[in-house]
Design a protein around this ligand. Structure first.
Ligand code: ACO
Length: 326
């Protein structure tokens, strides 16, 4: 069939938990400041022996098992990440780790919108008949890229991975989507990489790539999110002939509880339909939506037939929404 179904979800966490209390002994902050401004109470932080590939593979295996499939049935793996183990891409390492022998695998970079963009990309391959079973993973280890001396950013982020399996079927369960970019606001949120820029002969000593930490204009990102997210969700619902009251669950990128509250209010969505788990995980970038989805599926809150709206937003700037039936 030319439709898309969502047939399994999975997620994975690294072991170490860093509480607000522990953070307040590292930088000048407090549990009170962090939890009232963001809703975050703790986050998971990877150890040296944990990798993006291993975490993504765990989430992937869990999603494939939930779909009652085996990895050799997967045709395509899309790994949404901004923190690959290898800049050439990490999706192939995941393919090898899970034994998805026939799958083609590639990374997709769209920061916190990566998972939504990945789901939409996967749907195009399924709808054209090119591929039948597609694994979409959102995974990030932002702890490797924050400046742990910068209290304005280090309190926000955590590590994690989540995944879904999408499959060809007769009745299309992807009811609508929207994707947007605004590169003129690129400077609001960056993870800049400075590669070797000098010809080798100029200065051998300076030929080391240098990495810089996440930088963010929090106010600008906040304003962007509370205006664009309700707008993109409204458009997506409208084009599907639905309204906010038809939604069983709204899963936003878990950046900040105040953003979630503002969006729910703007859409007049009852607060108990807004999915929130950032108290436990912090902002896990591309992983936040699939982790939240998997937790809501496994706890039985998401039932077959439920309508779920998802919206990712973040660096680029990028934002988008996908409306689906579970
Ligand atoms: N602990 C204690 N004080 C702090 C901390 C901290 N961790 N961080 C900042 N402060 C101080 C500031 O220095 C400032 O002090 P000052 O008034 O003396 O200068 C004061 O708190 C207020 O700082 P603001 O930055 O104005 O605080 P604001 O209310 O805007 O909250 C926040 C900051 C939480 C980052 C907010 O702007 C926000 O959530 N923005 C959205 C960011 C976001 O969601 N980013 C991620 C989306 S994209 C992605 O996921 C990659």
């Amino acid at each position: 069939g030319a439709g898309v179904a969502f047939v399994g979800s999975g997620s994975a966490q690294v072991k170490t938990v860093l509480s607000n209390e522990m953070l307040s002994r590292m930088v000048d902050t407090s549990d009170e400041w962090i939890s009232t401004r963001t809703g975050i109470r703790q986050r998971h932080v990877a150890n040296g022996d944990e990798s993006l590939a291993s975490l993504a593979a765990q989430a992937a295996e869990s999603a494939i098992a939930a779909a009652n499939m085996t990895p050799d049935a997967i045709d395509l793996i899309i790994l949404a990440t901004s923190t690959p183990d290898d800049l050439f891409g990490t999706a192939c390492q995941v393919q090898a780790a899970i034994g998805a022998t026939k799958a083609v695998a590639f990374d997709l970079t769209a920061a916190c919108s990566g998972f939504v963009f990945g789901v939409v990309t996967a749907a195009q391959f399924i709808r054209t008949g090119a591929y039948e079973n597609v694994l979409v993973i959102g995974a990030d280890l932002l702890s490797r890229w924050v400046d742990w001396d910068d209290r304005t950013t280090c309190v926000l982020f955590g590590d994690g991975a989540g995944a879904v399996v999408m499959q060809a079927c007769d009745r299309d369960r992807l009811l609508g989507f929207e994707m947007h970019s605004n590169g003129t606001m690129n400077g609001c949120l960056n993870l800049a990489y400075t590669p070797n820029s000098l010809p080798l002969v100029d200065d051998i000593a300076s030929q080391k790539g240098s990495f810089t930490a996440i930088t963010m204009n929090g106010r600008e990102v906040y304003r962007f999110a509370v205006s664009r997210v309700p707008e993109v969700l409204g458009k997506t619902l409208f084009h599907a002939g639905l309204s906010a009251s038809d939604i069983d669950w709204l899963i936003l990128h878990q950046a900040n509880q105040r953003i979630l509250d503002a969006v729910a209010k703007r859409l007049k969505l009852p607060a108990d339909r807004m999915v929130s788990n950032m108290a436990k995980h912090g902002n896990t970038s591309a992983a936040s939506i699939p982790i939240a989805l998997d937790e809501w599926v496994r706890s039985g809150k998401v039932q077959p037939g439920h309508k779920i709206a998802m919206s990712g937003f973040g660096a680029g700037l990028t934002w988008g929404a996908a409306l689906l039936e579970w």
